[in-house]
Design a protein around this ligand. Structure first.
Ligand SMILES: Cc1cc2nc3c(=O)[nH]c(=O)nc-3n(C[C@H](O)[C@H](O)[C@H](O)COP(=O)(O)OP(=O)(O)OC[C@H]3O[C@@H](n4cnc5c(N)ncnc54)[C@H](O)[C@@H]3O)c2cc1C
Length: 445
């Protein structure tokens, strides 16, 4: 029965392990390898810290993680610490569930100015991802422009706009909470190339924007299509548009102490403008018109002041040596999750950055079906190559002096994070890898 390595412990990785358990029961040996010492991918470092109920899905994965034949091997980066060829010697199947952690670049002049961030960096900062602990956005003045009209843009706007009290019960990391609390932004703009009917935001998240204590969403009624065209939309999009319509009541309103959050449609980033110190001061946008739903530039350029820019325009999978990569799509080259014999991919690494946590479930189950079929076919041909299995992997990491974090270690890290939490928070995450590793040695309280 197969030895399987799943690379990445986000939803796609755990759903794949769940599917493998369903298919082979105790007979398979499943190692879930992650570059971080802590599991769960974007559930921990992407999903907003004030959406704790969504983060709770991680508890479901614990059942899988605690199965006798499933191991978590944290703090091992594939492509750096261990190669694809190494893994191929140990495992019958290697499944890449590495997500899409790199920001799609904002391809306009000035994209490299100071105080311009991609959402992976900005979200990673407030969620305590060790790669982004360095991000210190200047929130001291002026307008924050958020580029993109999806839920990630809404998350960023909401986090920027919330008061300290509104973070009660969240697990936003202390460094970000203090920084946001000291901030003094006067306006937030959410900018999109397309129109109000084309937004990718969901009604619930839009609704939250209308409930903020010290910020108010505003929409210009002139930007909205006639009410009677709403019936042409599918129900979710219709509800989202209804939420936007409710923000029209705030159009033009200036209430002392309330930060306006303005939706600006049909405006494509054209260039970022900076000052002598190299920091962004404005964004030039080109007005667009829609041609069959697609934005087409009109040549009309407008300038919007911007002291902070966050681009939420999508993500790309990080390439790994020896794995075919589709540069145009920004993910591994694959057909329904199959890359090459013995190598597969799932989740965002397979399809790109779209869908919810649950969208990754069928991916995991689909790829396990494929592995089972390939494994059975090879066995029938008598062509199953001998693999060194877990023993081979353990010998490799030992020979390379790697510190591997087990699931039991993670549970100790988790306890340490819970123990050091603020009174109103479920945990205070460690944001430095060495601190995470050291925390496994802290005696539980
Ligand atoms: C800001 C944001 C907010 C979101 N909010 C929601 C929400 O509220 N609700 C919802 O349903 N969905 C939400 N999503 C979507 C959801 O998070 C994704 O659908 C899901 O996490 C994708 O799962 P994945 O396993 O493919 O990737 P990921 O969750 O990114 O997991 C990838 C894992 O692979 C590991 N890894 C990467 N490279 C390597 C390597 N070379 N070696 C070893 N390990 C590696 C990473 O450390 C990570 O643990 C959000 C996404 C973002 C970006």
């Amino acid at each position: 029965m197969p030895d399987i390595a799943i690379i990445g412990s986000g939803p796609a990785g755990y759903y794949t392990a769940e599917a493998a358990l369903k298919t082979w029961g105790d007979a398979a040996r499943i190692d879930i390898i992650d570059r971080l010492p802590v599991p769960y991918g974007l559930i921990r470092s992407g999903v907003a810290p004030d959406h704790q109920s969504i983060k709770g899905v991680a508890r479901r994965f614990e059942t899988t993680a605690l199965a006798d034949n499933v191991r978590f091997c944290g703090n091992v980066e594939v492509g750096r610490d261990i190669g694809i060829a190494d893994l191929a010697q140990c495992y019958d199947a290697v499944v890449l569930a590495t997500g899409a952690p790199m920001d799609r670049p904002l391809d306009v002049p000035g994209g490299d100015l100071g105080n311009v961030f991609g959402s992976a960096a900005f979200v990673g900062w407030y969620n305590g991802h060790p790669d982004f602990a360095w991000v210190k956005p200047d929130l001291s003045h002026g307008t924050a422009v958020i580029i993109g009209m999806g839920n990630v843009a809404l998350d960023c706007a909401r986090i920027l706009a919330k008061t300290r009290a509104e973070f009660e019960g969240s697990d936003i990391v202390g460094h970000a909470l203090g920084w946001l609390d000291a901030g003094n932004l006067s306006r937030i703009v959410i900018l999109g190339r397309r129109g109000a009917q084309q937004i990718m935001m969901t009604p619930k998240e839009l609704g939250e924007l209308g409930q903020l204590a010290q910020a108010m969403p505003r929409v210009d009624p002139a930007d909205l299509p006639p009410l009677e065209t709403d019936s042409e939309l599918e129900p979710g999009a219709r509800k989202s548009l209804a939420a936007l319509r409710s923000f029209v009541a705030n159009h033009g309103a200036m209430i002392p102490g309330m930060v306006p959050i303005d939706f600006v449609f049909c405006s494509a980033p054209h260039a970022l403008i900076g000052d002598a110190a190299g920091n962004v001061t404005a964004i030039d946008v080109e007005e667009t018109r829609l041609d069959a739903g697609r934005p087409v530039g009109t040549g009309v350029i407008r300038r919007i002041p911007a002291a902070l820019v966050i681009s939420c325009i999508g993500y790309r999978t990080s390439p790994i040596a020896d794995v075919p990569y589709d540069v145009r799509e920004g993910r591994f080259a694959n057909v329904d999750g199959f890359i090459q014999p013995g190598l597969y991919c799932v989740g965002w690494a397979r399809r790109g950055p779209s869908g919810t946590i649950g969208t990754n479930r069928p991916d995991g189950f689909g790829v396990v079906d494929r592995i089972a079929a390939d494994f059975a076919a090879a066995a029938a041909r008598g062509a199953l190559p001998a693999k060194s299995g877990r023993a081979g992997f353990d010998a490799l990491v030992r020979s390379r002096g790697l510190v591997v974090i087990s699931f039991e270690d993670w549970k100790r890290i988790e306890t340490a994070e819970t123990d050091r939490a603020r009174a109103d928070a479920p945990r205070e995450k460690f944001v430095v890898v060495e601190d995470m590793i050291a925390a496994r040695d802290i005696a539980p309280s």
